[in-house]
Write a new protein. Structure first.
Length: 226
């Protein structure tokens, strides 16, 4: 008889990007540091020659470009993208600065196994220009949310949020930098919890370690002012 214990296959990720890929880099770094036991099967961009592709290639990760401008409809693009992702047998799809509104058919196909990260404390400030909107509203705190993707734009149930204080000296750029530091902490953490089967979506709600999370998800309140 063999004493060998069966090994669990690492979670397979496909990461979708449209730009610089700073959150992709945080995921790559977490894997490299041993904090995240996953297989990044591929990185797919809808824009050619973005920095995120270079980051992936430098880490030895397969990359693909599928230019949305080459497709006659949003549905046609999403169908092709779905085929590519499924060819990599992805357990989890990670949107990391992927600037496309996805069709309901696409989001339904990956329901419960697709994450997005959004730079606000959802449900506040869905859409763009979140840092400026938080400043203009006079908020005392701002932050970032990792959530499961549903058909509603930036509307899926939250897994984890991190908030930072808003300072009187802040402009949108300074605030964005502090929020981004938290992005790079909580995105790998959410993926880690999902890979460990601790974090799941059940009937539109998020459970962590068998307990129902509040609407804000698991909350980290950073006091970082730098």
């Amino acid at each position: 008889m063999s004493d060998a214990t069966p090994t669990t296959k690492p979670l397979r990720l496909v990461v979708l990007i449209s730009g610089s890929g700073s959150n992709l880099q945080a995921i790559i770094d977490a894997k490299k540091n041993g904090d995240l036991s996953v297989d990044i099967a591929a990185v797919i961009s809808n824009r050619p020659q973005v920095q995120g592709l270079t980051r992936a290639q430098s880490a030895g990760i397969p990359t693909l470009v599928i230019d949305h401008q080459q497709f006659p409809t949003r549905d046609a693009f999403d169908q092709e993208l779905m085929s590519l992702i499924d060819a990599y047998e992805a357990d989890l799809v990670v949107l990391a600065g992927f600037m496309r509104i996805l069709t309901p058919g696409f989001t339904q196909h990956y329901l419960g196994r697709m994450f997005n990260i959004h730079p606000s404390l959802l449900p506040k400030y869905q859409g763009l220009h979140t840092h400026q909107r938080a400043l203009e509203a006079g908020d005392s705190r701002h932050g970032v949310t990792v959530h499961f993707v549903t058909a509603e734009l930036d509307g899926g149930p939250a897994c984890i949020q991190a908030s930072v204080p808003i300072l009187k000296t802040d402009d949108a750029g300074l605030l964005a930098k502090r929020v981004q530091k938290q992005e790079h902490i909580i995105y790998p953490l959410a993926i880690k919890w999902f890979a460990e089967k601790r974090l799941v979506m059940v009937e539109g709600k998020v459970m962590l370690d068998g307990a129902l999370l509040p609407a804000s998800g698991y909350l980290i309140e950073s006091q970082d002012i730098h």
